[in-house]
Design a protein around this ligand. Structure first.
Ligand code: NAD
Length: 284
């Protein structure tokens, strides 16, 4: 695939990983967030991650970290998006915010540009409805940490065209990743199961059935999972978990998705997991 200009909206946990993977694949990246401080932090994180990757995998003919970073334009301005071939949106899991951004992208980006929403649970068909190009909108549910995860859940919205899916699969292939295509329904495949599991695991801690350590130990030792559900929740971000389970609750109107009060309390207390140092476990 020829090198593309890819806009990435949102420079949080996912936007950082997506931008790094795109730049390493040789694409030009426009990374946008609300504030320069957030973008500064994103640049530091990408540099740190690339250094770490270098230490762990010493491959021949590696480009310099500077060359990779140079492909990323860090911006708070949508103007450069007028040249984007593809946009991957990774903002907070909130319908109103995502709706506003897709609406704006639609008015600024060329009509050929494809929009991929990296969302945990929001319907892709609904996101497509915020644009005048729903056939060119799809879901790309990347896994965290993005540079280390080879598979992406690709979501076909009601109007998503085959051509759009092919363009997206080609972009993923250029990044060394494979997409598994599923049909649109809130939470898709992965998070309809994972969010319920995590939420129920939080209930176990709230109900004092077991400590977080013991819940995770059972999943690791008995089921052979690499990480338990509460370690996974800390990695994803407890705020993102809460917003996702709330989306599922509202989307299906089914009480099985009611968020655990302890999860709400932890988010209210500012315990977001790894990204700010404290969740079910303490980091740093
Ligand atoms: P995050 O909270 O780390 O980052 C979100 C970023 O969006 C922040 O930097 C914030 O400043 C930015 N943002 C908010 N409003 C904005 C706006 N109006 N314009 C531009 N930027 C804005 O969240 P995250 O974990 O990176 O998740 C991003 C999306 O990816 C969410 O929809 C989430 O559900 C999904 N997702 C997360 C994971 C995960 O493991 N964390 C995995 C797959 C998908």
């Amino acid at each position: 695939m020829s090198k593309q200009i890819v806009g990435v909206v949102g420079a949080g946990v996912m936007g950082i990983g997506v931008s790094q993977s795109l730049a390493q694949a040789g694409h030009r990246v426009l990374l946008l967030d609300l504030e320069l401080d957030i973008l500064r932090h994103a640049k530091e994180e990408i540099t740190k991650n690339l250094r770490l990757q270098r230490m762990l995998h010493k491959a021949a003919n590696q480009e310099s970290i500077g060359e990779i970073i140079e492909r990323i334009t860090f911006t708070t301005d949508y103007e450069p998006f007028a040249d984007a071939d593809f946009v991957i949106e990774n903002v907070v899991e909130n319908w109103d915010v995502k709706k506003g951004i897709h609406n704006k992208l639609d008015s600024i980006c060329p009509s050929r540009a494809v929009f991929a929403a990296n969302t945990s649970a929001i319907s892709i068909t609904r996101i497509g409805s915020a644009t005048r190009r729903p056939d060119r909108v799809l879901g790309m549910h990347f896994m965290n940490p993005v540079p280390m995860k080879p598979t992406v859940e690709v979501i076909r919205g009601y109007h998503t065209s085959e051509e759009t899916l092919t363009i997206a699969q080609n972009l993923l292939a250029s990044m060394g990743k494979k997409g598994v295509v599923v049909n649109d329904m809130p939470g898709f495949v992965s998070n309809r199961v994972l969010m319920l599991t995590v939420n129920e695991a939080v209930y176990l801690v709230q109900d004092q059935v077991a400590s977080a350590e013991d819940v995770d130990e059972i999943f690791r030792s008995c089921f052979g999972h690499k990480m338990g559900p509460l370690e996974t929740a800390d990695l994803i971000g407890l705020d993102t978990i809460l917003y996702s389970i709330e989306v599922l609750y509202e989307s299906f109107n089914d009480s099985k998705y009611r968020p655990c009060p302890l999860l709400k309390k932890m988010v209210d207390a500012g315990l977001y997991g790894r990204k700010n140092g404290k969740g079910f476990y303490t980091y740093r």
